[in-house]
Structure formats: C-alpha cells, structure tokens
Design a protein. Structure first.
Lengths: 162, 118
C-alpha cells in the first residue's frame, strides 16, 4: 500500500452567486497532476471518491473534443457528467463545459488550473454557472451524495450487526 | 420555487453581493458604520439598510460604545451556509485523497523510469 501523503483538504468557496471555486494542493509536480486529471484509467481510480465506482471515463483531449464520466454509486444509481473541451494548455489549464446529466439545463463552464511551486502543485477548479439556482443545485447534488454516503455507511454498520 | 423572506433566511440575506462585502469587512473585526460606508463606497442609508437585513438574521450584531454604534460578525448565524458548502467540500476532499494515492504511484514510476534511485 502506497503511503498517503495528504497535502491538505479541498477548500470550497463561492466567489460570486454563480461560481464555485475548489482549491487543493498536491505533493507532486504539475505534469503528474495533469496526467492524473486527463488520463481515463487514472480518472477512474480517483474521481468517484468514496461515493462509488467510475464505470466510464472518456476523454477526447482536444478543443471541441468531448468528455464523459459515469459513476455508479453504492446504492446502484448511475450518475453521468459530460462536456466539451474549449481550451487546453497542457500542464497549465483546461477549460471545458460540464453538464450533470440529471439536470441537463444547468451547463457550467469549468476552468481548471495547475500551478507549481517548490514541487507542490495547486489545483484550482472554477465552476461558472449562468444562474445562481443552477450553482446552488450543483452544490446540493454534492449534499445528496454526502447523505447517500452516510446512508451507505449506516447500512454497512447494520449488516455487520446481523 | 418558494423562498423564505430575506429577513428570515441567512441564505437569502447573504445572496446580496453588498451584504457579503459587509460581512467580509466585519470578518476583519468590529467596525463603526462609517468604516463600512468608506469600505463599500455606498451612501450611509444603503449601508444601514443592508445592516438591518443582516441583523435580522443574526449575522451581524451591534453594540453602542459612547456615541458610536459598532457592528460585528456573528459567525454562528452563518453556520447553515457553512455546513451546506462543507458537505460538498467533503466529497471533493475524498476525491483528492484518492488522487494523492495515484500521484504517489506516478512519482514512484517516474523515479523508477529515471533509474537513478531504487
């Protein structure tokens, strides 16, 4: 088992009514963070977090190319996200659209930046929605997933008590 | 979509950008209204109006010191908003913890390919 070096937790702020900004520092050079962010087999390993399994990660990394991720949460329900790449600067910056397939009206534009100092890489993801309602729903979708996690954890405990 | 009245809901109270600016200034410490007027570049009646909304949801408290009214932030009233965002933050933290593991492997692989160490 590889030692887990946690360089910090994610920080989420809401700079404007339509935005979400996610920031995290990683103990790795930026070309590796970029690689882990843009390689389907690697995205499959981290993108679901504790929430389930990534069953599909398609990345056509060119301007106008599409991406699509599908995750199956522990409860068995499937969630899909997709978008189109608008700007790609290798190891520096990716701009793409993002649509949560459960709420197809709320297309966001994501700007991801990778910046390195002293061997540490700061990753920022700026999610720009067009409406506050969509931004709020986006955050709420995380909340639902969080609740799902808690329910799953509870279920595990219940099973272990049988 | 049904929404609570601005004056009863912390979410709505901070939906106004100017009110968020006031909270940002007060995060730096207690201030008289004149400081807020100066920092925001708004007329005093407007600042007072925003302060009233913030006070009604408990996000801002006031006390009189001599002839001055001093305003201060009450973070507790903003906790529902904090909790709301925290949950989302947690799901990203969990993703990034996994990404850390992937990155350690990539670093190791790169070191091995370089052949210098190990």
């Amino acid at each position: 088992m590889v030692a887990q070096t946690s360089s910090g937790t994610a920080t989420v702020t809401l700079p404007t009514d339509e935005q979400i900004l996610i920031t995290r520092e990683f103990n790795a050079p930026k070309h590796l963070v970029y690689e882990a962010y843009t390689t389907p087999e690697l995205v499959k390993r981290w993108w679901s977090g504790q929430r389930g399994e990534v069953t599909l990660a398609e990345i056509d990394l060119r301007v106008g190319g599409m991406w699509r991720y599908v995750m199956v949460a522990q409860g068995g329900f499937e969630v899909g996200f997709h978008g189109e790449y608008r700007e790609i600067v290798p190891n520096e910056r990716i701009v793409s659209t993002e649509v949560y397939e459960g709420m197809p009206d709320g297309e966001a534009v994501d700007t991801v930046t990778f910046s390195e100092a002293d061997g540490l890489t700061t990753l920022t993801i700026l999610v720009q929605h067009t409406l506050k309602e969509h931004r709020d729903a986006h955050i709420n979708s995380g909340m639902e997933a969080g609740m799902q996690e808690s329910m799953d954890a509870l279920e595990q405990v219940a099973i272990s008590l049988r | 979509m049904a929404r609570a009245a601005t004056t009863t809901d912390a979410f709505n109270a901070v939906a106004e950008p100017r009110r968020r600016e006031i909270l940002d200034v007060l995060a730096g410490g207690e201030r008289p209204v004149n400081d807020l007027v100066g920092a925001l570049g708004l007329a005093q009646p407007q600042v007072s109006k925003h302060l009233r909304v913030l006070r009604e949801v408990g996000a801002v408290e006031v006390r009189d010191v001599g002839r001055q009214r001093l305003y201060r932030l009450n973070g507790r009233a903003l906790k529902p908003i904090h909790d709301w965002v925290k949950n989302y933050e947690r799901s990203w933290s969990e993703r990034f913890d996994r990404l850390d593991v992937v990155l350690e492997e990539l670093k190791q692989k790169e070191a091995d390919d370089g052949g210098a160490d190990e």
